[in-house]
Design a protein around this ligand. Structure first.
Ligand code: B12
Ligand code: SF4
Ligand code: SF4
Length: 303
């Protein structure tokens, strides 16, 4: 994630991204699914909630472009930049200032009424608007996320060591997963929501029924392949099947070899002796040394 350091100056100063910027319209898009993708069965995989359906970058950008069209009907000459995740923008900081939520100790932006299962996007504008106030709220004495994180990635309240985070290890990391962290990853094969699953602000209460209420966005409907799939079925997939199953899905970011690496680690963590023949077969056809090493590790564990 060296790009974060490379673009640090621009991230801290929207003027460098849009000279003359005066406002940011920040939006949150709910992605909570109607069914839980979590399973206790170690022979099945868990995908992060945001990755169950279509790629949110495209879904959100479409909506933001519509919003920009509306703004331009009123201010045709305004200059603007639309961003979802990928731009050099500190999205959570802007979202906090815009009143969408406050910072949890797990570093997520949390909305007291809705929880944290929402994604951020923004339109930077060179016009002045009526400004909202920063969101008010906090975790109090709760430390559940810090205690629940299996890899110890939340090293202090509000401080995340991304190198230990399962989300980084399964999505961003291109090479080998450090061996000491593999057993702690369980069956999370793409992203991780554990520090959100345990958060009281994601549990619906009579006074806050919107917390984790299912999204109304049809593009986020879970695909069959992302709902607790059998790990050995995923391991048997070929590259073409992977591409077709995850077309227009965030999962393609892990790339084919990264995905196989993740599944191999989860199979190893399942300690399932029935997976041995599949691992053996995959080892025979796999040519990538990095993936082979993870398959061998999984075989040791299943034996
Ligand atoms: C790099 C990145 C990651 C990295 C590092 C995450 C991290 N915590 O820094 C990794 C790969 C680990 C990751 C994981 C995830 N990510 Co991410 N990630 C990003 C990305 C691209 C940049 C974040 C960044 O700049 N981090 C560096 C630090 C310095 O920035 P920051 O956390 O935003 O914090 C700044 C301010 O917010 C503020 N601040 C932070 N903490 C506090 C505390 C207090 C008290 C105060 C006052 C201020 C404050 O100060 C910081 C410096 O200005 C953003 C998109 C974007 N462009 O911003 C998405 C983003 C943060 N990720 C997102 C999501 C959904 C996730 C995952 C849930 C995905 C998953 N299920 O696997 C996990 C959650 C892990 C976790 N607990 O954070 C969402 C978060 C939405 C939300 N409601 O908060 C974002 C905003 C993407 C989006 N467009 O929706 N992510
Ligand atoms: S996403 Fe998972 S690994 Fe990362 S900090 Fe949260 S609980 Fe820990
Ligand atoms: S689990 Fe507790 S400490 Fe962690 S973010 Fe939620 S309220 Fe805050």
């Amino acid at each position: 994630m060296a790009y974060l350091a490379r673009t640090a100056d621009a991230r801290c100063d929207p003027q460098q991204v849009l000279p003359g910027a005066k406002s940011a319209v920040v939006v949150g898009l709910n992605y909570a699914p109607a069914v839980s993708p979590v399973t206790d069965d170690p022979t099945r995989g868990i995908f992060a909630r945001y990755a169950l359906g279509d790629d949110y970058h495209e879904v959100m950008e479409r909506k933001l472009r519509q919003l920009l069209e509306f703004i331009r009907q009123h201010r045709p000459d305004c200059r603007a930049k639309v961003y979802v995740d990928a731009g050099p923008v500190l999205e959570r900081d802007l979202a906090w200032r815009a009143g969408l939520g406050w910072f949890g100790k797990n570093t997520m932006l949390i909305n007291t009424r809705r929880g944290s299962y929402f994604l951020l996007g923004e339109i930077l504008l060179d016009i002045e608007l009526e400004y909202d106030h920063p969101a008010f709220g906090g975790c109090g004495k709760c430390n559940r996320c810090i205690e629940a994180c299996p890899t110890g990635a939340i090293v202090a309240p509000y401080v995340l060591d991304a190198r230990r985070c399962i989300s980084y290890l399964t999505i961003e990391l291109r090479g080998s997963i450090p061996e000491e962290l593999r057993p702690k990853m369980g069956n999370r094969i793409f992203g991780c929501d554990i520090c959100q699953e345990v958060c009281p602000f994601n549990q619906p209460r009579p006074h806050a029924p919107l917390r984790s209420a299912p999204t109304g966005e049809p593009g986020f409907t879970p695909r069959e392949v992302t709902l607790t799939p059998k790990l050995t079925d995923l391991l048997r997939m070929n590259e073409e099947e992977f591409r077709s199953a995850f077309r227009n899905s965030p999962v393609k970011r892990a790339k084919w070899r990264g995905f196989r690496r993740n599944v191999a680690v989860a199979v190893g963590n399942s300690s399932d002796p029935d997976a041995l023949p599949v691992l053996q077969q995959e080892l025979q056809r796999e040519t990538d040394p990095m993936v082979r090493e993870h398959l061998q590790w999984a075989m040791e564990r299943c034996r």
